[in-house]
Write a protein that binds this ligand. Structure first.
Ligand code: ADP
Ligand code: MG
Ligand code: MG
Length: 892
């Protein structure tokens, strides 16, 4: 049903079936939207006739008539996609107000002119923005949009009169503002605001369709991976009014606390207000009840106190809806002169911790079973429970500069970015940043995504910033009224201190505190986190595929083990010297690369070996009893030597190596490759310089022998990278066998190890059966495999991928999410062919994709034995693997 009616439409229909008070309405299906786009942006034939027929029924149910001078009905046009995209598409309220219907509505509401002109000016503002500007494809410069201009006019007028709140505006003033708005609209957009109910209705419907392709909706879809061809439904619904006076109100609520998951009804409301007012962050909203009170709103009256009966009714619906959907609900409601109407319900967005808490609570209450609880937490979100928070010991020593609402938990530290553009610039330079804004609006999604933390001056816990940040697991503080941004000077005052863009601040999103110190981030104590432990227990109960980690040093390895890694799937030997104390061996490795004859190279390797043994041994100790896959050196040579134009570095290196700069330059030129990614690397290096392979096997075998003698239990695996055929493997194996014998004799122990290969060149997947004659295991290097399959250079392709995804030529960046259609098929083929030769061939994946939930699910279906990913992704991969197993069982 959601596919056709969209989430909003389907849930509105569901609430009607449950007999909740929902204003009558009709839903135009998502199919019509698709048809509209296929049809050159023309409404499908006959659509408006059907809409009119539907409106007739609505009119009968509500006892009013659309466009009628005496008893006018107004409607809203609301968007609603299959998957909720909060605030990303457009909605227009109060449609049907025009000079013909205004007097009737005034008359009907007991001469409530203030209400009518307030609704009218709102209609004009929304309609101009959504229908006349955005839907027409007009893209004004930042801050020059018609909505902003009208908002500024309103603000200027309020300021002139000394009004603090919209509710102080008198009807005459609202009426005049509406007239002024219309003049401005004509000036700016060149068209007249339509004074006709029918035209408004059609305009509203089209605008909602068009908002599907609005800039913010498109960029949100890219981030969330929502297909472009889904389309949005349109809900045309009878208006009810929260702005009719002191007994009217509007609000937003969550059936449980979306930040912590606590089973407390949670919400915000505003008296004498309409729709967006609560989420837009214009006024600080009132708390719904005592449970919702916080530092900022504790003095404001709650609905529980102000309208106890209506509150009880709402609480009843909250319980009814939770019971019906067996999940946390996000609710929108309006009270018109004391009567409650439900306007929306949907499964609410929540933080990772809240998702776990709710899943476990509902399991304990017998609402859902263990498997369902495991499925309830999006795999990506579990990372929030292990992500860094500000170091409390350091935090204690500092006073918060300012406090706001804790909208998105976790800590973040970074440079202040006052615009989304700046945040994206920082991101592209890999600089951590914190987006600081008056308020965020849905246009800001890209910038929000690019920042490590978000801080806003306005807005409540249900504001867009809060919603989106929570959805993405970003630390976020909203409603921090002690922030004042000076855009002219590019400065922001936080508390009583002034910062320039680029200064560093820290956020504690769990407590809502802002600091002017660069605080250390620490990893939470998961061992003593009962929620995490219990939940991951169920995860591992249903998980069938193994999860390993990519780690090249003892610290990362130990961390990954804490996160549940069952082994190391990729230890890059050339990376091990990036660790502490690696400078000397890294220098020796560079010398090795620069050596221009075997004799010299062997000497250098002899110096490198003790370091290699020491570094490898420390990680092997951490992994005692667990498999550890070393990958033979695969250094893209250009990454390890300075380029010819880095004169200072060349000078220093030449001095260090006791050679002339000319000699060094010549060597660098010899090493230069036009395509280093396809050059002398991987196993090719070991074939051209067998002595390099020899040293590595010797070091690893000796360490293994030593560890065994010291009473440890090493599980050594060695893999050869970048193979294209079995002969390469045989060539290297000959060396390995010879060295193994030597080491066994020297130490008097028998060494057991697995000899395998990485599969990362398409050719290798095609001849996998032959390769499997020698290889005891395969590890699919999906980064290189993607690079080689697409012919996309990993280092340069960003721009192209950006354009390709924008144009919809490829659905997503194939380096983030496995291209199942192409690269995935090669993996599948490799596994099948490999196992046709060696039935028990162990297969794993060690590319970045090993930590991407969608890709993990694919790997499970492909029959891989394990995935290997970076330490922090390990819990994500565990959860995704468990979900894959449960989903497979359900599909049967
Ligand atoms: P979004 O998808 O951005 O939440 P909605 O379609 O839910 O947009 O509309 C935004 C707000 O407008 C709602 O929260 C609701 O308060 C108000 N609204 C929408 N339709 C009506 C209606 N028929 N009567 C009263 N208020 C409405
Ligand atoms: Mg809504
Ligand atoms: Mg590789």
């Amino acid at each position: 049903m959601k596919n056709e009616l969209g989430g909003k439409g389907a849930n509105l229909a569901e609430m009607c079936l449950l007999k909740l008070p929902v204003p009558a309405g009709l839903t135009i299906t998502t199919e019509c939207c698709t048809a509209y786009y296929q049809n050159n942006c023309q409404l499908p034939a006959g659509l408006m006739d059907e809409v009119h027929a539907g409106m007739k029924k609505m009119e009968e149910l509500m006892g009013m008539k659309y466009g009628d001078p005496d008893n006018p009905m107004l409607v809203s046009c609301r968007s609603g996609a299959r998957k909720s995209m909060p605030g990303m598409m457009d909605t227009v309220l109060n449609i049907g107000l025009c000079s013909k219907t205004i007097p009737g509505l005034i008359n009907k509401t007991g001469d409530n002119k203030r209400f009518v002109y307030d609704s009218y000016r709102r209609l004009i503002m929304m309609y101009a923005d959504v229908v006349m500007e955005k839907a027409e494809g007009i893209e004004p410069a930042d801050g020059k949009g018609i909505r902003k201009q009208l908002d500024d006019m309103l603000d200027a007028y309020k300021e002139k009169q000394g009004y603090k709140s919209d509710t102080q505006l008198k009807w005459e003033e609202l009426k005049q503002l509406a007239e002024d708005f219309k003049v401005r609209i004509k000036e700016v957009l060149g068209t007249e605001f339509p004074d006709d109910a029918e035209a408004q209705l059609e305009g509203g419907i089209k605008a909602v369709f068009k908002s599907w392709n609005g800039k913010k909706a498109v960029s949100y879809r890219r981030i969330e991976g929502i297909p472009d061809d889904w389309g949005t439904a349109v809900n045309v619904q009878t208006m009810v009014f929260g702005n009719m006076g002191e007994t009217s109100a509007t609000g937003v609520a969550f059936s449980r606390d979306p930040a912590t998951g606590d089973n407390k009804f949670y919400g915000e409301w505003l008296i004498n207000a309409q729709g967006e007012d609560v989420v837009a962050g214009i006024r600080t909203p009132n708390p719904l009840n005592n449970d919702t009170k916080n530092e900022l709103n504790k003095k404001l009256v709650s609905m529980e106190d102000q309208m106890p009966e209506v509150y009880q009714e709402l609480l009843g619906y909250r319980n009814q809806l939770e019971d019906h959907y067996k999940d946390m609900q996000d609710l929108e409601f309006t009270i018109q002169e004391g009567k409650l109407y439900m306007l929306q319900c949907r499964i609410g967005k929540r933080t990772g911790r809240a998702a776990v808490k709710m899943a476990l609570d509902m399991y304990h209450d017998n609402w859902i079973n263990e498997k369902e609880a495991v499925l309830r937490v999006p795999a990506d979100k579990i990372i929030e429970l292990i992500l860094p928070v500000l170091d409390t010991n350091v935090e204690k020593q500092h006073k918060a500069l300012a406090k706001g609402l804790p909208a998105g938990p976790g800590g973040s530290v970074g440079r202040i970015a006052l615009s989304c553009e700046k945040a994206m610039e920082y991101k592209s330079k890999k600089i951590a940043c914190i987006l600081v804004r008056e308020e965020t609006n849905p246009e800001d999604v890209d910038g929000m995504r690019a920042s490590n933390g978000i801080l806003t001056a306005r807005g409540g816990m249900t504001s867009h910033a809060a919603l989106v940040a929570r959805g993405w697991g970003k630390s976020c503080i909203v409603g921090c009224s002690d922030i004042h941004i000076d855009f002219e000077k590019n400065e922001v005052k936080i508390g009583d201190k002034t910062f320039k863009e680029g200064d560093i601040i820290s956020l504690n999103g769990t407590a809502g505190a802002v600091y002017d110190v660069e605080m250390p981030l620490i990893i939470p104590d998961i061992e003593n986190d009962p929620l995490y432990q219990e939940f991951m227990g169920y995860v591992d109960k249903y998980r069938k595929m193994g999860v390993r980690t990519n780690a090249d040093n003892p610290k990362d390895a130990a961390n990954a083990v804490r996160f549940g890694a069952e082994g190391i799937g990729l230890f890059r030997i050339e990376h091990m010297f990036y660790d502490e104390g690696g400078e000397t061996p890294l220098g020796i490795m560079r010398e090795m690369i620069l050596s221009d004859n075997k004799e010299e190279r062997v000497k250098v390797l002899e110096r490198l070996e003790p370091f290699m043994k020491d570094f490898a041994k420390r990680t092997m100790k951490v992994m005692n009893g667990k498999p550890l896959t070393f990958r033979l050196m695969d250094p893209p040579l250009h990454e390890f030597v300075p380029s010819a134009d880095e004169t200072a570095k060349i000078k220093a290196l030449a001095e260090e190596r006791n050679m002339t700069e000319e000699e060094l330059l010549k060597r660098i030129k010899d090493l230069h490759e036009v395509n280093p990614m396809m050059g002398l690397r991987g196993v090719r290096l070991g074939i051209v310089y067998p002595e390099i392979t020899e040293m590595q096997f010797r070091a690893l075998f000796e360490v293994t022998a030593e560890l065994m003698k010291e009473g440890n239990d090493p599980h050594l695996e060695i893999m050869v990278p970048l193979t294209i055929n079995v002969k390469e493997l045989l060539h290297q194996k000959e060396i390995a066998d010879r060295i193994q014998k030597e080491v066994e004799d020297k130490f008097g122990v028998k060494i057991n190890y697995l000899y395998g290969t990485m599969i990362e060149i398409p050719r290798a997947t095609l001849v996998a059966d032959k390769i499997a004659k020698v290889a005891q295991f395969f590890s699919f290097g999906t980064n290189d495999l993607t690079q080689m399959t697409f012919g996309f250079s990993r280092d340069d392709v960003n721009k192209i991928v950006k354009e390709y995804t924008k144009e919809g030529i490829i659905p997503a960046d194939p380096f983030n999410t496995l291209d199942q259609e192409g690269v995935g098929q090669l993996v599948k083929l490799g596994v099948e062919r490999g196992r046709s030769e060696r039935a028990n061939l162990k297969c794993g994946v060690c590319g970045e994709h090993g930590g991407d939930p969608e890709s993990v699910k694919f790997f499970y279906k492909t029959g891989l034995n394990y995935v290997s990913c970076s330490p922090f992704r390990v819990p994500v991969a565990r959860l995704a693997a468990a979900q894959a197993a449960i989903e497979e069982e359900r599909a049967k």
